[in-house]
Design a protein. Structure first.
Length: 203
């Protein structure tokens, strides 16, 4: 006897038949994590919003080919990885100007980013702590934007999104050993980039 279908499976089946209401429900369940992945990979709120929208458009058009071999969240993250890499390459891998990195500090997405896995946040923070947190976030975004695609992606997935080694390997379709070695090299590269502002990360 086949196991009972989950609510998500019902929504997927409805999406396959073109049900936009079901699609909206799935978007609501996954949009925050997809947006945060796009944001930390691209370093810009507007580009991240565009990329996240592209992810869900591609997903909706591809539901007929979604076989359920991986979880829906994993499938969406895989699409997001490809979308953000494409977006970064269109930018010719050039680091974002400081003005672009700073302009989203008052963005309406701020509360979502504050709750993202791996984010620098503390409850009841003082004004100085909030300022320091923003400076750290800006420094990390700038450093990430200067890294090669393969380093930036693995760092975002593991250290910011909080995926396990196994999940990152599945998302990137890479051997586990490759993921671990790439993550180590990426962390060293990020540390080098952040070396000039290491006082921000000293308690």
């Amino acid at each position: 006897m086949a196991p009972p279908a989950t609510d998500e499976q019902h929504l997927i089946e409805r999406c396959r038949s073109g049900d936009l209401t079901a699609f909206d429900e799935l978007v609501a369940q996954h949009q925050n994590r997809i947006y945060n992945l796009c944001y930390w990979t691209l370093g810009d709120a507007d580009e991240a919003a565009d990329a996240a929208q592209t992810v869900f458009v591609r997903a909706f058009r591809s539901f007929a080919s979604f076989r359920g071999d991986a979880a829906l969240g994993t499938w969406l993250h895989r699409i997001a990885v490809n979308v953000t890499i494409d977006a970064a390459r269109r930018r010719q891998r050039a680091p974002l100007p400081i003005s672009a990195l700073e302009r989203d500090e008052d963005d309406s997405r701020e509360s979502e980013l504050e709750s993202a896995p791996g984010h620098f946040s503390t409850p009841d923070a003082t004004a100085q702590e909030v300022l320091t947190r923003r400076e750290r976030r800006q420094a990390v975004r700038e450093a990430l934007s200067a890294l090669p695609d393969h380093h930036r992606t693995v760092l975002v997935l593991f250290d910011i999104e909080g995926h396990s080694y196994e999940e990152v390997a599945e998302l990137l379709e890479l051997p586990l050993g490759t993921v671990k070695s790439r993550l180590n090299r990426a962390r060293l590269a990020l540390r080098d980039r952040l070396d000039t502002c290491r006082e921000l990360f000293e308690d």
